[in-house]
Design a protein around this ligand. Structure first.
Ligand code: UT7
Length: 333
Protein backbone atom coordinates (compact mmCIF):
# COMPACT_ATOMS: atom_id res chain seq x y z
CA UNK A 1 0.00 0.00 0.00
CA UNK A 2 1.25 3.52 -0.88
CA UNK A 3 0.32 6.95 0.51
CA UNK A 4 -0.90 9.69 -1.84
CA UNK A 5 -1.80 13.35 -1.37
CA UNK A 6 -5.40 13.38 -2.56
CA UNK A 7 -6.63 16.94 -1.98
CA UNK A 8 -5.73 20.38 -0.71
CA UNK A 9 -7.73 23.15 0.98
CA UNK A 10 -7.01 26.38 2.82
CA UNK A 11 -8.58 29.11 4.89
CA UNK A 12 -7.41 32.71 4.89
CA UNK A 13 -8.86 35.12 7.48
CA UNK A 14 -10.45 38.30 6.14
CA UNK A 15 -8.56 41.06 7.92
CA UNK A 16 -5.46 42.33 6.12
CA UNK A 17 -2.49 44.14 7.69
CA UNK A 18 -0.41 45.98 5.07
CA UNK A 19 3.15 47.23 5.31
CA UNK A 20 1.68 50.74 5.44
CA UNK A 21 -0.29 49.72 8.55
CA UNK A 22 3.00 48.74 10.22
CA UNK A 23 4.50 52.17 9.40
CA UNK A 24 2.02 53.59 11.93
CA UNK A 25 2.80 50.94 14.58
CA UNK A 26 6.63 50.60 14.69
CA UNK A 27 9.68 52.31 13.13
CA UNK A 28 9.66 50.58 9.75
CA UNK A 29 8.82 51.22 6.13
CA UNK A 30 7.12 49.47 3.23
CA UNK A 31 10.44 49.79 1.41
CA UNK A 32 12.43 47.94 4.14
CA UNK A 33 9.88 45.14 4.54
CA UNK A 34 9.50 44.63 0.77
CA UNK A 35 13.25 44.70 0.08
CA UNK A 36 14.29 42.45 2.98
CA UNK A 37 11.39 39.97 2.97
CA UNK A 38 9.19 40.34 -0.13
CA UNK A 39 6.13 40.67 2.14
CA UNK A 40 3.50 43.28 1.24
CA UNK A 41 0.59 42.15 3.41
CA UNK A 42 -0.55 39.37 5.74
CA UNK A 43 -3.98 38.18 6.97
CA UNK A 44 -4.93 38.32 10.64
CA UNK A 45 -7.57 36.21 12.39
CA UNK A 46 -10.37 37.95 14.28
CA UNK A 47 -10.37 37.96 18.08
CA UNK A 48 -12.95 35.15 18.22
CA UNK A 49 -11.27 33.02 15.56
CA UNK A 50 -8.95 30.35 16.97
CA UNK A 51 -6.34 28.14 15.33
CA UNK A 52 -8.74 25.18 15.38
CA UNK A 53 -11.51 27.29 13.80
CA UNK A 54 -9.25 28.08 10.86
CA UNK A 55 -8.04 24.46 10.70
CA UNK A 56 -11.66 23.25 10.57
CA UNK A 57 -12.48 25.50 7.61
CA UNK A 58 -9.42 24.29 5.65
CA UNK A 59 -10.16 20.66 6.62
CA UNK A 60 -13.78 20.77 5.42
CA UNK A 61 -12.60 21.92 1.99
CA UNK A 62 -9.85 19.27 1.79
CA UNK A 63 -12.25 16.45 2.81
CA UNK A 64 -14.87 17.60 0.28
CA UNK A 65 -12.30 17.87 -2.52
CA UNK A 66 -11.04 14.35 -1.74
CA UNK A 67 -14.60 13.13 -2.32
CA UNK A 68 -14.82 11.87 1.27
CA UNK A 69 -17.04 12.35 4.30
CA UNK A 70 -15.72 13.16 7.75
CA UNK A 71 -16.40 9.60 8.93
CA UNK A 72 -13.96 8.31 6.29
CA UNK A 73 -11.11 10.10 8.10
CA UNK A 74 -9.37 7.79 10.57
CA UNK A 75 -6.58 10.09 11.79
CA UNK A 76 -6.22 13.86 12.25
CA UNK A 77 -2.77 15.43 12.63
CA UNK A 78 -2.44 19.14 13.24
CA UNK A 79 0.92 20.90 12.92
CA UNK A 80 0.95 24.16 14.85
CA UNK A 81 3.05 26.39 17.09
CA UNK A 82 0.02 28.46 18.09
CA UNK A 83 -2.30 25.82 19.58
CA UNK A 84 -5.67 26.82 21.04
CA UNK A 85 -4.40 25.71 24.48
CA UNK A 86 -0.83 25.70 25.80
CA UNK A 87 -0.62 22.06 26.92
CA UNK A 88 -3.95 20.33 26.38
CA UNK A 89 -6.28 19.53 24.76
CA UNK A 90 -4.49 19.36 21.42
CA UNK A 91 -5.70 21.50 18.54
CA UNK A 92 -6.23 18.28 16.53
CA UNK A 93 -8.71 17.11 19.21
CA UNK A 94 -10.53 20.46 18.98
CA UNK A 95 -10.66 20.17 15.19
CA UNK A 96 -11.98 16.60 15.40
CA UNK A 97 -14.73 17.68 17.81
CA UNK A 98 -15.74 20.66 15.67
CA UNK A 99 -15.87 18.39 12.59
CA UNK A 100 -18.13 16.04 14.55
CA UNK A 101 -15.65 13.15 14.44
CA UNK A 102 -15.20 11.11 17.61
CA UNK A 103 -13.28 7.87 18.25
CA UNK A 104 -10.56 9.01 15.88
CA UNK A 105 -6.77 9.22 16.34
CA UNK A 106 -5.93 12.92 16.80
CA UNK A 107 -2.75 14.66 17.88
CA UNK A 108 -0.59 17.74 17.26
CA UNK A 109 2.91 18.01 15.85
CA UNK A 110 5.32 20.66 17.09
CA UNK A 111 7.91 21.19 14.37
CA UNK A 112 7.35 24.92 13.73
CA UNK A 113 7.47 25.93 10.05
CA UNK A 114 8.45 22.37 9.03
CA UNK A 115 5.29 21.02 10.70
CA UNK A 116 3.34 20.30 7.53
CA UNK A 117 6.18 18.19 6.09
CA UNK A 118 6.49 16.33 9.43
CA UNK A 119 2.71 15.71 9.35
CA UNK A 120 2.98 14.43 5.77
CA UNK A 121 5.73 12.00 6.84
CA UNK A 122 3.66 10.74 9.79
CA UNK A 123 0.61 10.25 7.54
CA UNK A 124 2.74 8.37 4.98
CA UNK A 125 4.17 6.06 7.64
CA UNK A 126 0.76 5.25 9.18
CA UNK A 127 -0.74 4.53 5.76
CA UNK A 128 2.15 2.46 4.43
CA UNK A 129 2.15 0.39 7.63
CA UNK A 130 -1.53 -0.36 7.04
CA UNK A 131 -2.65 1.26 10.31
CA UNK A 132 -4.72 4.05 8.68
CA UNK A 133 -6.45 4.68 5.34
CA UNK A 134 -7.36 8.37 5.20
CA UNK A 135 -5.33 10.83 7.22
CA UNK A 136 -6.30 14.50 7.47
CA UNK A 137 -3.19 16.67 7.91
CA UNK A 138 -3.50 20.32 8.84
CA UNK A 139 -1.12 23.24 9.26
CA UNK A 140 -2.92 26.00 11.17
CA UNK A 141 -1.57 29.09 12.86
CA UNK A 142 -2.85 32.14 14.73
CA UNK A 143 0.62 33.64 14.99
CA UNK A 144 -0.84 37.10 15.64
CA UNK A 145 -1.57 35.82 19.17
CA UNK A 146 2.13 35.13 19.85
CA UNK A 147 3.67 38.13 18.06
CA UNK A 148 5.01 41.15 19.95
CA UNK A 149 3.58 44.04 17.92
CA UNK A 150 6.12 46.44 19.40
CA UNK A 151 9.10 44.41 18.08
CA UNK A 152 9.76 45.50 14.49
CA UNK A 153 12.25 42.67 13.91
CA UNK A 154 9.48 40.03 14.10
CA UNK A 155 6.02 41.62 13.93
CA UNK A 156 6.16 42.50 10.23
CA UNK A 157 6.95 38.91 9.25
CA UNK A 158 4.06 36.76 10.42
CA UNK A 159 0.43 36.14 9.42
CA UNK A 160 -2.46 33.79 10.21
CA UNK A 161 -4.15 31.05 8.20
CA UNK A 162 -4.60 27.34 7.71
CA UNK A 163 -4.11 24.68 5.08
CA UNK A 164 -5.20 21.03 5.03
CA UNK A 165 -4.76 17.94 2.90
CA UNK A 166 -6.07 14.40 2.81
CA UNK A 167 -3.39 11.73 2.51
CA UNK A 168 -4.96 8.44 1.49
CA UNK A 169 -4.02 4.85 0.73
CA UNK A 170 -3.53 3.84 -2.88
CA UNK A 171 -2.27 0.80 -4.80
CA UNK A 172 -1.11 3.01 -7.70
CA UNK A 173 2.63 3.63 -7.46
CA UNK A 174 2.39 6.63 -9.81
CA UNK A 175 0.25 8.45 -7.18
CA UNK A 176 2.53 7.66 -4.25
CA UNK A 177 4.50 10.18 -2.19
CA UNK A 178 8.01 9.56 -3.51
CA UNK A 179 10.21 10.55 -0.56
CA UNK A 180 10.33 12.74 2.55
CA UNK A 181 13.34 14.01 4.52
CA UNK A 182 12.71 15.43 8.00
CA UNK A 183 15.49 16.60 10.32
CA UNK A 184 16.23 18.66 13.43
CA UNK A 185 19.14 20.13 15.39
CA UNK A 186 18.11 21.25 18.87
CA UNK A 187 21.50 22.88 19.46
CA UNK A 188 20.12 25.88 17.57
CA UNK A 189 16.90 26.02 19.60
CA UNK A 190 17.64 29.54 20.84
CA UNK A 191 17.57 31.07 17.33
CA UNK A 192 13.79 30.99 17.18
CA UNK A 193 11.80 30.55 20.37
CA UNK A 194 9.04 31.63 22.72
CA UNK A 195 11.11 31.71 25.95
CA UNK A 196 8.26 32.08 28.45
CA UNK A 197 5.12 30.28 29.63
CA UNK A 198 6.62 26.78 29.33
CA UNK A 199 7.86 24.94 32.43
CA UNK A 200 11.32 26.58 32.20
CA UNK A 201 9.78 30.02 32.77
CA UNK A 202 6.16 29.54 33.86
CA UNK A 203 3.75 32.39 33.31
CA UNK A 204 4.40 35.18 35.83
CA UNK A 205 4.06 38.95 35.98
CA UNK A 206 7.69 39.28 34.92
CA UNK A 207 7.25 36.87 31.98
CA UNK A 208 4.22 38.84 30.82
CA UNK A 209 5.92 42.21 31.32
CA UNK A 210 8.95 41.11 29.28
CA UNK A 211 6.62 39.59 26.65
CA UNK A 212 8.44 36.27 26.87
CA UNK A 213 5.39 34.39 25.58
CA UNK A 214 5.91 35.94 22.15
CA UNK A 215 8.23 34.80 19.34
CA UNK A 216 11.86 35.90 19.52
CA UNK A 217 14.14 35.34 16.53
CA UNK A 218 17.80 35.86 15.72
CA UNK A 219 16.76 36.61 12.15
CA UNK A 220 20.10 37.05 10.43
CA UNK A 221 21.70 33.87 11.85
CA UNK A 222 18.51 31.92 11.08
CA UNK A 223 18.56 33.28 7.52
CA UNK A 224 22.10 32.04 6.81
CA UNK A 225 21.50 28.56 8.24
CA UNK A 226 18.16 28.34 6.38
CA UNK A 227 19.72 29.00 2.97
CA UNK A 228 22.60 26.57 3.57
CA UNK A 229 20.48 23.77 5.04
CA UNK A 230 17.57 24.01 2.61
CA UNK A 231 19.86 24.04 -0.41
CA UNK A 232 21.71 20.88 0.65
CA UNK A 233 18.47 19.18 1.73
CA UNK A 234 16.69 19.68 -1.59
CA UNK A 235 19.82 18.70 -3.55
CA UNK A 236 20.01 15.49 -1.46
CA UNK A 237 16.36 14.52 -1.92
CA UNK A 238 16.63 15.04 -5.69
CA UNK A 239 19.89 13.03 -5.89
CA UNK A 240 18.51 10.23 -3.68
CA UNK A 241 15.62 9.83 -6.13
CA UNK A 242 17.71 10.29 -9.29
CA UNK A 243 15.77 13.40 -10.23
CA UNK A 244 16.82 16.81 -11.53
CA UNK A 245 15.40 20.23 -10.71
CA UNK A 246 13.99 20.33 -14.25
CA UNK A 247 11.81 17.27 -13.38
CA UNK A 248 9.92 19.38 -10.82
CA UNK A 249 6.75 21.10 -11.97
CA UNK A 250 6.13 23.09 -8.75
CA UNK A 251 8.76 23.98 -6.17
CA UNK A 252 6.67 24.92 -3.09
CA UNK A 253 9.00 26.28 -0.38
CA UNK A 254 8.06 27.52 3.08
CA UNK A 255 7.18 31.18 2.64
CA UNK A 256 9.36 32.98 5.19
CA UNK A 257 11.39 35.35 3.07
CA UNK A 258 11.58 35.93 -0.70
CA UNK A 259 15.39 36.17 -0.47
CA UNK A 260 15.65 32.65 1.06
CA UNK A 261 13.32 31.23 -1.61
CA UNK A 262 15.29 32.98 -4.38
CA UNK A 263 18.65 31.80 -3.05
CA UNK A 264 17.52 28.15 -2.86
CA UNK A 265 15.70 28.34 -6.22
CA UNK A 266 18.79 29.88 -7.88
CA UNK A 267 21.09 27.24 -6.36
CA UNK A 268 18.85 24.57 -7.97
CA UNK A 269 18.67 26.58 -11.21
CA UNK A 270 14.87 26.58 -10.96
CA UNK A 271 12.98 28.63 -13.55
CA UNK A 272 10.71 31.40 -12.26
CA UNK A 273 7.56 29.53 -13.34
CA UNK A 274 8.54 26.50 -11.21
CA UNK A 275 8.77 28.47 -7.96
CA UNK A 276 5.53 29.06 -6.03
CA UNK A 277 5.42 32.42 -4.25
CA UNK A 278 2.76 33.62 -1.81
CA UNK A 279 4.96 35.37 0.76
CA UNK A 280 3.95 38.80 -0.60
CA UNK A 281 0.28 38.28 0.29
CA UNK A 282 0.31 35.99 3.36
CA UNK A 283 3.69 36.65 5.04
CA UNK A 284 5.11 33.79 7.08
CA UNK A 285 2.29 31.54 8.34
CA UNK A 286 4.64 28.84 9.70
CA UNK A 287 3.15 25.33 9.36
CA UNK A 288 0.27 26.70 7.23
CA UNK A 289 2.46 28.29 4.60
CA UNK A 290 3.11 25.27 2.34
CA UNK A 291 -0.50 24.00 2.20
CA UNK A 292 -1.77 27.58 1.72
CA UNK A 293 0.65 28.01 -1.20
CA UNK A 294 -0.31 24.61 -2.64
CA UNK A 295 -3.99 25.56 -2.39
CA UNK A 296 -3.30 28.84 -4.20
CA UNK A 297 -1.84 27.11 -7.25
CA UNK A 298 -4.60 24.47 -7.18
CA UNK A 299 -7.35 27.12 -7.13
CA UNK A 300 -5.68 29.09 -9.93
CA UNK A 301 -5.59 25.94 -12.07
CA UNK A 302 -1.79 25.77 -12.10
CA UNK A 303 -1.54 22.55 -10.03
CA UNK A 304 -2.87 19.62 -12.07
CA UNK A 305 -3.31 15.94 -11.30
CA UNK A 306 0.02 14.12 -11.65
CA UNK A 307 2.21 17.25 -11.36
CA UNK A 308 5.46 16.62 -9.47
CA UNK A 309 5.95 18.84 -6.44
CA UNK A 310 9.04 19.54 -4.35
CA UNK A 311 8.30 20.95 -0.87
CA UNK A 312 10.87 22.39 1.50
CA UNK A 313 10.67 24.06 4.90
CA UNK A 314 12.82 25.36 7.72
CA UNK A 315 11.87 26.59 11.18
CA UNK A 316 12.22 26.73 14.94
CA UNK A 317 13.82 23.78 16.64
CA UNK A 318 15.71 24.05 14.41
CA UNK A 319 13.78 21.75 12.09
CA UNK A 320 13.89 21.34 8.34
CA UNK A 321 12.57 18.99 5.73
CA UNK A 322 11.72 18.34 2.11
CA UNK A 323 9.25 16.17 0.24
CA UNK A 324 8.94 14.89 -3.32
CA UNK A 325 5.48 13.88 -4.42
CA UNK A 326 2.98 13.91 -7.26
CA UNK A 327 -0.35 15.67 -6.76
CA UNK A 328 -2.82 12.79 -6.69
CA UNK A 329 -5.99 14.86 -6.32
CA UNK A 330 -8.37 16.01 -9.04
CA UNK A 331 -7.41 19.07 -11.08
CA UNK A 332 -9.46 22.27 -10.52
CA UNK A 333 -12.59 22.17 -12.78
O1 UT7 B 1 10.02 30.72 9.27
C1 UT7 B 1 10.97 30.27 10.16
C2 UT7 B 1 12.35 30.58 9.76
N1 UT7 B 1 12.52 32.01 9.68
C3 UT7 B 1 13.30 32.51 8.78
O2 UT7 B 1 13.81 31.78 7.96
C4 UT7 B 1 13.57 33.99 8.82
C5 UT7 B 1 15.01 34.24 8.52
N2 UT7 B 1 15.42 35.64 8.64
C6 UT7 B 1 15.00 36.62 7.84
O3 UT7 B 1 14.10 36.45 7.03
C7 UT7 B 1 15.73 37.94 7.92
O4 UT7 B 1 16.89 37.79 8.70
C8 UT7 B 1 14.87 39.10 8.51
C9 UT7 B 1 13.82 39.54 7.50
C10 UT7 B 1 14.22 38.68 9.79
C11 UT7 B 1 15.76 40.33 8.78
O5 UT7 B 1 16.46 40.71 7.60
P1 UT7 B 1 18.04 40.94 7.64
O6 UT7 B 1 18.43 41.41 6.30
O7 UT7 B 1 18.68 39.69 8.14
O8 UT7 B 1 18.17 42.16 8.65
P2 UT7 B 1 18.98 42.22 10.02
O9 UT7 B 1 18.32 41.42 11.07
O10 UT7 B 1 20.43 41.99 9.75
O11 UT7 B 1 18.79 43.75 10.39
C12 UT7 B 1 19.31 44.79 9.56
C13 UT7 B 1 18.86 46.12 10.10
C14 UT7 B 1 19.05 46.27 11.62
O12 UT7 B 1 19.44 47.62 11.90
P3 UT7 B 1 20.99 47.98 12.19
O13 UT7 B 1 21.36 47.15 13.38
O14 UT7 B 1 21.71 47.56 10.94
O15 UT7 B 1 20.93 49.44 12.41
C15 UT7 B 1 17.68 46.03 12.17
O16 UT7 B 1 17.46 46.66 13.41
O17 UT7 B 1 17.45 46.30 9.88
C16 UT7 B 1 16.81 46.67 11.11
N3 UT7 B 1 15.45 46.17 11.11
C17 UT7 B 1 14.41 46.87 10.59
N4 UT7 B 1 14.36 48.09 10.01
C18 UT7 B 1 13.14 48.49 9.57
C19 UT7 B 1 15.00 44.98 11.56
N5 UT7 B 1 13.66 44.90 11.36
C20 UT7 B 1 13.28 46.04 10.76
C21 UT7 B 1 12.05 46.56 10.30
N6 UT7 B 1 12.03 47.77 9.71
N7 UT7 B 1 10.90 45.85 10.39
Amino acid sequence: MYAALKSIGAYVPKKVLTNQDFETMVETSDEWITKRTGIKERHIASENESTSDMGVEAAKIAIHRAGLKIDDIDMIVCATISPDYLCMPSTACMIAAKLGRVNVTAFDISAACTGFIYALAVAKAFIESGMKKNVLIIGAEKLSAIVDYSDRTTCVLFGDGAGAAVVGATRKKAEAITDIHISADGNYGDLLMTPGCGVKKPCSEQVLEEKLCTMKMKGNETFKIAVRTLTSDVVNILNDNEMKASDIKHFIPHQANYRIIKAVGDALKMKEEQVVLTVHKYGNTSSASIPMAMNDIWESGRLRQGDTMLLDAFGGGLTWGSALLPFAGKSFK
